[in-house]
Design a binder for this molecule. Structure first.
Ligand SMILES: Nc1ncnc2c1ncn2[C@@H]1O[C@H](COP(=O)(O)OP(=O)(O)O)[C@@H](O)[C@H]1O
Ligand SMILES: [Mg+2]
Length: 255
C-alpha cells in the first residue's frame, strides 16, 4: 500500500509548522526525510499518524483517506510508528516490550516473533532481560521490532540512529568513559549496522514501505531509494537518492 501526503498543513498555536507538504512512499521503498533540527520532520510523521491535526491537505494509505481517523485506527490501517527517542518500557522484559504493541491492537502473534528475532538476533539472546539494560542501539532495535509485530504496511522511523551513531564529541567522551568504567551496556563500533541491515532486508522483501527521518547523510545514502529535504516546514528538494548532490547538502543540511 502506498502512503501519499498531498498539500499537508499543520499549525501549532496559530503558527504554521508544515506548509503544503507532499510526499509518497511505495512498498519496498525506503524514503529518507531529511533536514536540520526544527524544520518539521517529526511533525510530518505526527501528521501521518494522527498525533498532529492536519488543517489542510490529505494523507492517504492505499485507497483510504486517513483524515478523521484516530491514531489507533491508523495503526490498524497499516501504519507502524517508531517515535524519536525510542520509548521502550525499561521495566518490562524484551519479550514483553516486543509483544505489547501487537497485544494492544488485539493481534495474535504466530510466527511473526520469530521473524522479527531473525531480523534482530541480539534481541533473541536478551528476551528475558529488562528493556532498560539494553544499549541505545539495542533499544532502537527493540522499538523497531515492536512496530514490525503490528504487521505494518508503512513503517515510520524517526531518527533511528540518533544517539547511537556518535558524533566526534560523543566519541571522545565515550572513550574516556570506557577507560574509567567497565560492564556498561555499550554499542560496538558497528552500532548502526543492525538497523542498517534490517532496513535493507525489509526493502528487499518489498512488502513494507519505509519513511525514514534521518539526519545522517551517510546512513541515507546507504539505505535510501529516494529523498525529500525539508526547510522551515516545506519540502525544498526531492528525488532519487543518487541525485542528492553536494549543492543540496550544503544548502539545506549543513549547519
Ligand atoms: N507540540 C508543539 N507545540 C508547539 N510547537 C511545536 C510542537 N512540536 C514542535 N513544535 C515546533 O515545530 C517546529 C518543527 O518541529 P519538529 O517537527 O519537531 O522538527 P524536526 O523533527 O525537524 O526537528 C519547531 O519549530 C518546533 O519548535
Ligand atoms: Mg524530530
Amino acid at each position: 500500500m502506498k502512503l501519499e501526503l498531498s498539500g499537508v498543513q499543520v499549525s501549532y498555536d496559530g503558527s504554521r509548522i508544515l506548509r503544503e507538504v507532499s510526499l509518497a512512499v511505495s512498498p519496498g521503498e525506503v524514503v529518507c526525510l531529511m533536514g536540520r533540527n526544527g524544520v518539521g520532520k517529526t511533525t510530518t510523521l505526527r501528521a501521518i499518524t494522527g498525533l498532529a491535526r492536519v488543517d489542510q491537505g490529505t494523507v492517504r494509505l492505499g485507497d483510504r483517506d486517513l483524515n478523521g481517523l484516530r491514531p489507533e485506527e491508523r495503526a490498524r490501517a497499516g501504519l507502524g510508528y517508531v517515535p524519536q527517542g525510542r520509548d521502550i518500557f525499561p521495566n518490562l522484559t524484551v519479550g514483553e516490550n516486543l509483544r505489547i504493541g501487537a497485544v494492544a491492537q488485539g493481534l495474535r502473534l504466530n510466527g511473526e516473533l520469530e521473524r522479527v528475532l531473525s531480523l534482530f538476533p541480539v534481541l533473541k539472546q536478551m528476551l528475558g532481560r529488562k528493556g532498560g539494560v539494553l544499549s541505545g542501539g539495542q533499544q532502537q532495535q527493540l522499538a523497531i521490532g515492536r512496530a514490525l509485530l503490528t504487521n505494518p504496511r508503512i513503517l515510520l522511523l524517526d531518527e533511528p540512529t540518533e544517539g547511537i551513531q556518535p558524533n566526534i564529541i560523543d566519541q571522545i567522551g565515550e572513550t574516556i568513559q570506557r577507560l574509567s568504567t567497565h560492564g556498561l551496556a555499550e554499542d560496538g563500533p558497528e552500532r548502526v549496522q543492525e538497523i542498517n541491515d534490517a532496513i535493507r532486508t525489509l526493502r528487499r522483501e518489498g512488502r513494507i514501505g519505509i519513511l525514514l527521518v534521518e539526519q545522517y547523510l551517510d546512513f541515507c545514502l546507504e539505505v535510501g531509494d529516494a529523498f525529500y529535504i525539508m526547510d522551515r516546514g516545506s519540502i525544498v528538494a526531492s528525488g532519487p537518492i543518487a541525485g542528492l548532490g553536494d549543492e543540496i547538502v550544503r544548502k539545506h543540511l549543513t549547519v
